[in-house]
Every structure is written in C-alpha cells, then in structure tokens.
Write a protein that binds this ligand. Structure first.
Ligand code: SF4
Length: 351
C-alpha cells in the first residue's frame, strides 16, 4: 500500500498480476481482483464507487491507492454524411481526436483512433504532422476511445462498433508496447472481446517494427500508408522513407506475411499530378507481387498550407482500372467527414 505523499497511479496502468499481488497483500481473496479487473476493463467503469459487488472498505482502500484518468469528451461534431468526430481531453489537458465512420448499408461502423498526441513524422500532406509530438497515449487512453465510439455507435445508429482502425493521430508503431497492450484488452474476453481480424493498424512503415509485429505473432491486419510508388516520390512527401525505403519495407512485409498470414493493405492517397498517372499505377503494380495485398485509394482532403490538390475523378478511375485489370484488389474511398475535418490526414484538434 502507498502512503499519502505518493502520487496515486492510474489503476489501468498496472497489469493483472500487479493487481492480484495488491489484493493478496490486503489479505483479500483472489476473486476480488478478478471482480475489480472486470469492472475496470469489461465494464469500463472509471469510478470505484460504481463497483457494486465490492465491500466499502475495499473501495476505500482502492481510492487511497489508485486513480482513474479517463479521457473526457471535449467536443463532438457530426458531419452531414453521419461521420462523428470527437475531441477528447486527457488528464494532462492534451487533446486527441477519434472518429466514428458509419457505413450503414454495409452494417460497418468503424472507430478511427489516435495513438499519440501529435506526431513526429511530418508527412507533408498531413495536418497531424504539423503538430509537435507531445507524448504517447497509454493503453487505457486508447481503450477509452474505442469504448466512447462504441457508445456513440449504439446511441446514434443502434448498432455495435464493428471495426477499429489505428489511423488517427500519431504513428502507432512508435507507441508499440501501449498499442499492443490496448489491443490485447480490446480483444480479450476480459475486455471488449472484439476479434483482432476487425482491427487494422496503419503505419507509415517502420521496417524493424513490422518485423517485430511478425515475431510477436499479432493477429490484426496491417495497412502500410504507401502514398507513392517509388522512393524518389515517397521521400518527397514522407521523410520516414529516407530511413525506411521501399525495398526494406517490402522485405519486412514479406516477412510479416510469411509468419502471420494476416491481411496486408496499402493506403494510397491520390494527389493530382503527383502520384495519379498510369505510370504511377504501373510502378505501384510492381509493389503488389510479393504477397497478397489490397489497395485502398483514398481521395485527398486538402488541408491549409499544403500544396497538393485532389485528383480528378477520372484519374482515380483510370488508375484503379489499370490495377484491377491486372488482378489487384482495389477499393476507392471517397472521403468522409470532410466538412468537419475528420477525414484522413485532417485530424489536428482544430475543432
Ligand atoms: S500521416 Fe501519420 S505518420 Fe505521417 S505525420 Fe500524419 S499522423 Fe504522423
């Protein structure tokens, strides 16, 4: 137990074995630890007094030793197309954003969640990249976003959340441990019980971490934010490509696929005149032959201070046709939530 001068820790920052030990040292039976764990994760309670099957003296001891630092909803914006963007305040006043993307006709309700406050990687087309990276999010801060968006899905669409994409603010693989811990809670039966097959982690491509995912035998899908089909072009818009070039990424992804057989996709934002010609499509095709891969072409959403323009529809259609004719699986994602800056690359706490 802690004395009062110590700073209390967030109970969601300890693991189950620490809680078991704490409960054991209090002389309480082990099942109390299980009960607390269930309230904390499965039932997402962030107030010890809501844990109704715990005795009052145990609640008091928990309050003496631990706190909760839940994310607080600061602002919610709803787009004309149903997309909902939430700005969330963290316990240290930092802000992050989460987005609910509903596709009612397909019964698909996707949470796009953030993994860092800001981002250090300065991709030139991205609003988040214009903010400084302040810190990583903790597992519970990631988990809270999912719980929140799930609640919104139920409230607005009378449906449960079906998918999660780590495509919000930040580079998830630079917050590796917390990312995996949060996904573990999201997928565990003691947490939200979601299938990892419904989770996609999107990375700008850090070869060494992609290999680590393979070695850690993860079960979720991986998306590479490719956005350009050659090193020359990619380095112009994504500084990370200087240290993680396409050949190192292809090698890492080959390794990832050979070990996990998880689904891999490429995200490809289409910029007018930069990466949307048939020559670009031919170069992109060359990157589809190492493992099965699906390509998501994303319509660009202009952001302030960025020189790119969105591609003409006809260019996107021809680009997609070129790849499809060669047997590549391609989807074209017209942008969602543009009117509230919730679309891909637009998250920057502007609200
Ligand atoms: S695209 Fe992703 S990695 Fe690049 S700056 Fe934006 S948030 Fe960071």
């Amino acid at each position: 137990m802690r004395d009062n001068t110590e700073v209390k820790i967030d109970i969601r920052n300890i693991d189950k074995s620490d809680l078991d030990k704490f409960i054991q040292e209090l002389g309480q039976p082990k099942f109390k630890s299980n009960q607390i764990w269930e309230w904390v994760w499965k039932k997402s309670k962030t107030d010890f007094n809501a844990m109704r099957n715990l005795p009052k003296d145990l609640i008091a001891t928990l309050e003496e030793n631990f706190v909760f630092h839940p994310v607080i909803v600061d602002k919610v914006q709803k787009s004309n197309d149903g997309t909902i963007k939430s700005r969330l305040k963290l316990h240290d006043e930092h802000l992050v954003e989460s987005v609910l993307i509903p596709v009612e006709k397909d019964n698909r309700y996707t949470a796009c969640v953030s993994s860092q406050v800001g981002c250090s990687l300065t991709c030139s087309f991205c609003a988040t990249g214009k903010m400084k990276r302040m810190r990583n999010l903790g597992p519970a801060e990631i988990y809270d976003q999912v719980v929140l968006v799930d609640k919104q899905t139920q409230e607005y669409f009378d449906h449960k959340l079906t998918n999660i994409v780590f495509m919000g603010m930040g580079e998830p693989l630079l917050n590796y441990k917390n990312l995996l811990t949060s996904i573990n809670y999201i997928c565990s039966d003691e947490g939200l019980g979601m299938s990892p097959r419904r989770i996609t982690v999107s990375t700008v491509g850090i070869a060494k971490m992609i290999k680590k995912l393979a070695d850690d035998d993860v079960k979720f899908n991986l998306a590479l934010s490719l956005h350009a089909p050659t090193d020359e072009k990619r380095s112009k818009i994504m500084p990370i490509n200087e240290t993680n070039d396409l050949s190192s990424l292809m090698e890492a992804l080959k390794y990832y696929y050979s070990k996990t057989k998880n689904r891999i996709s490429y995200e490809y934002i289409s910029f007018k005149g930069f990466n949307d010609t048939l020559e670009d499509a031919a170069n992109l095709f060359k990157l589809t032959r190492f493992f099965p891969v699906k390509i998501n072409i994303i319509e660009y959403n202009p952001i302030d201070g960025v020189k790119f323009e969105k591609s003409l529809s006809v260019s996107i259609d021809n680009f997609a046709k070129y790849l499809r004719e060669r047997g590549v699986m391609v989807t074209v994602r017209r942008s969602r939530g543009k009117d509230i800056d919730a679309a891909c690359g637009q998250l920057a706490n502007k609200g």
